[in-house]
Design a protein around this ligand. Structure first.
Ligand code: ATP
Ligand code: MG
Length: 249
């Protein structure tokens, strides 16, 4: 039995709206075993980013609990082993990519030759070596996404939390993300990521969970969830449409 890198235990998050309360997460329970790749799926507004924000300590749970490596997410120590790519990544635009990584590495306690070596390595991993000395202000959107991903990888965290890592990336960039995720898994590390790219998800994930309107509507290995001859995308449509129909939409 693996230890869990991430758990949600009956996690709910509610936001006070102008007219009525928004239930972003409704009693969500799941466990992500260490050393696995876990895909967090669901239509726009399903609650994926909200759940990730709870893990990062940006958002408090209304009820229930979340843990990282068996440590309550509210404890600062919980986040030391994490690399995070936000949904809308941005960086200090007046710095070059290399300077940004130097700054981030120092914040993580890296320095000297080890930091220089790691920077070289992650720049190659995200294919930005040639643009490393340019200001981030001159980067395209996909390049900013890549430099932020490089930052998430820099300190070789045990858990990568990626909120739509392929958003804004070209097909080569998507392949690069797939390689990074499988490489991370081969090294015994854990990846928890949200995505709408279901054809990528079914290639790399050990487990997926589908959220709809804040609730888990399916969970399991991609090939076990989809019926014979069915792609994950078709299964996703089926289960999300069935949930919407049940709720009278
Ligand atoms: N700060 C907030 N205040 C009020 N409602 C919010 C807030 N943050 C999120 N929500 C609501 O919570 C729900 C879940 O949003 P969330 O961003 O978690 O969805 P998501 O699954 O990440 O969607 P997407 O695929 O579009 O990124 C939505 O209905 C959203 O409007
Ligand atoms: Mg989101």
């Amino acid at each position: 039995m693996h230890a869990a890198a991430v758990t949600f235990d009956q996690l709910s998050v509610r936001f006070a709206g102008r007219q009525r309360e928004v239930v972003a997460l409704d009693n969500v329970s799941l466990a992500v075993p260490c050393g696995t790749v876990f895909g967090f799926l669901g239509p726009n507004g399903a609650g994926k980013t909200t759940a990730i924000h709870v893990l990062l300590g940006f958002q408090q749970a209304s009820s229930g609990r979340a843990t990282l490596f068996d440590c309550d997410v509210r404890a600062a120590i919980a986040r030391q082993r994490i690399g995070y790519l936000p949904e809308h990544p941005d960086a200090y635009r007046f710095l070059s990519g290399r300077e940004m990584l130097l700054f981030a590495g120092k914040l993580c306690g890296l320095s000297g030759a080890i930091l220089a070596q790691r920077i070289q390595h992650v720049l190659q991993e995200v294919d930005l070596s040639d643009a490393a000395n340019r200001r981030i202000a001159t980067y395209s959107r996909g390049m900013r996404q890549r430099i932020c991903l490089a930052q998430a990888l820099l300190h070789e965290p045990d858990l990568l939390i990626l909120d739509e890592p392929t958003g804004g990336l070209d097909p080569i960039g998507r392949l690069l993300i797939r390689r990074i995720i499988t490489d991370w898994r081969q090294r015994g590390k854990t990846v928890f990521f949200s995505s709408h790219e279901l054809s990528e998800v079914e290639l790399v994930c050990d487990q997926v969970c589908i959220l709809a309107r804040g609730r888990i509507v399916a969970q399991g290995a991609p090939h076990q969830l989809a019926g014979p001859g069915e792609r994950l995308e078709q299964f996703f449509m089926r289960v999300v449409e069935a949930t919407a129909a049940q709720e009278g939409r």
